[in-house]
Design a protein around this ligand. Sequence first.
Ligand code: SAH
Ligand code: F3S
Length: 480
Amino acid sequence: MRENTPLEEARQGEALLLEQSASSLGKKLYIESYGCQMNFSDSEIVASILSGAGYETTRNMEEADLVLLNTCSIRDKAEQTVRKRIATFHKVKEQRPDLKIGVLGCMAERVKSKLLDEEKLVDMVVGPDAYRDLPNLVQEIEDGRKAVNVILSKEETYDDVHPVRLGGNGVTAFISITRGCDNMCTFCVVPFTRGRERSRNPQTIVQEAIELWEQGYKEITLLGQNVDSYLWYGGGLKKDFEKASDIAKASAVHFGDLLRRVAQAVPGMRIRFSTSNPQDMSDDVLHAIAAHKNICDYIHLPVQSGSSRVLELMNRGHNREAYFGLIDRIKRIIPGCGISHDMISGFPTETEEDHQDTLSLMEYVKYDFGYMFYYSERPNTYAARKLEDDIPLEVKKRRLAEIIDLQQKHSLIRNQAKIGNTYEVLVEGTSKRSDLELFGRTTHNTVVVFPREHYKPGDFVHVTINECTAATLKGVAVEG
Ligand code: SAH
Ligand code: F3S
């Protein structure tokens, strides 16, 4: 896996902190976000909603009146990280008994009010669809009561909320386009914590993109659990589309249409999107990417396993061959397209042969990079209810290590092939290793480090690549 920007670390779902912050009349809010990009984006919505209630964000937890942890449930380890973090507040609360602590996000939704019993320090539990209720809930805890709202919604997309851009680099920003997921992959807790799938009004998406451009942002990432499934037909759940009127159906906006609209509205801005799911990705989307220079040639396409038998048990809606077909079409329609993946080792019943299928699928695709995990059983999922978690931990870990090793090899091959070429790089900031160097990404989402010279974050710079690791390209800027 290549060097991660903070945003990408977020995708990995591990120990992911973004220290941010929002004050009732001079009150201060401190938010930490864990997990996926959607949580980081949601924290910006939360900051906006609470700013309306007089809370101002702070990056300094010491001065906060309210601490919110926006949590992740995707793997057990993600929840353990949050529980350990909550435990660290014992000491803080002894010194500052008035400090309030709220748990937001997927763990709030999954554990619900039980979290108040299990974690006595917590004052408030709020699920991902209940953030508009935060001003009332915060009032309750300010009055000394505990507060819970974990109601999931059929409509909520926060489409009129102007996110407070927290702790970003001023160059790249997220725009959420769908909420929830209907796919019901058998290992995944997200459909339970984020509810049914619904799409946001495209006009508000385009408007947010234009506003970001006017504020000087240069790249947006359209976010959803399953962006390819985006479908606007006037509002409502995706599953109710069939019941919509003929007029609504005929004028429906699909993901390819949305991409084209955004690309045309902000032609100087780079557009990315995440996450695609193979079973929902259409050729129309591939053609939209190919037709617009400002839509990045990069697709994050989780596959989870290379075995058709395991894919079926996972309810992924496609087999190995169909995935290869999609990869071939991507490579044909968008030559050179960067492709990354998510992979899970040790799903219930996975044999050595299935694992070899995963490795051979990786050999076929030769991904640019990937996010790789071993299976973690999540309560209430189909897999937890119907399948025994029968692969021993050491086997899961050994298979994962083999997957990671192979990915390292492929990332290196992919990067080496770029040596000698010149790429347009959008500069995001100063390199972690040296103040004299900047880093940014190519259209393919590969990190490039190069000497700073007179360049600055937000510049588009042409960089000729002269060396690399599996994680990073290094080069020098050239004119033009
Ligand atoms: N569609 C979502 C997926 C979120 S989960 C998105 O926007 O990316 C991110 C990744 O975590 C999944 O693709 C999968 O590889 C991994 N994952 C999900 N549930 C898991 C589980 N129970 N055990 C291990 N990894 C899991
Ligand atoms: Fe989870 Fe599958 Fe949706 S991985 S978020 S149920 S596409």
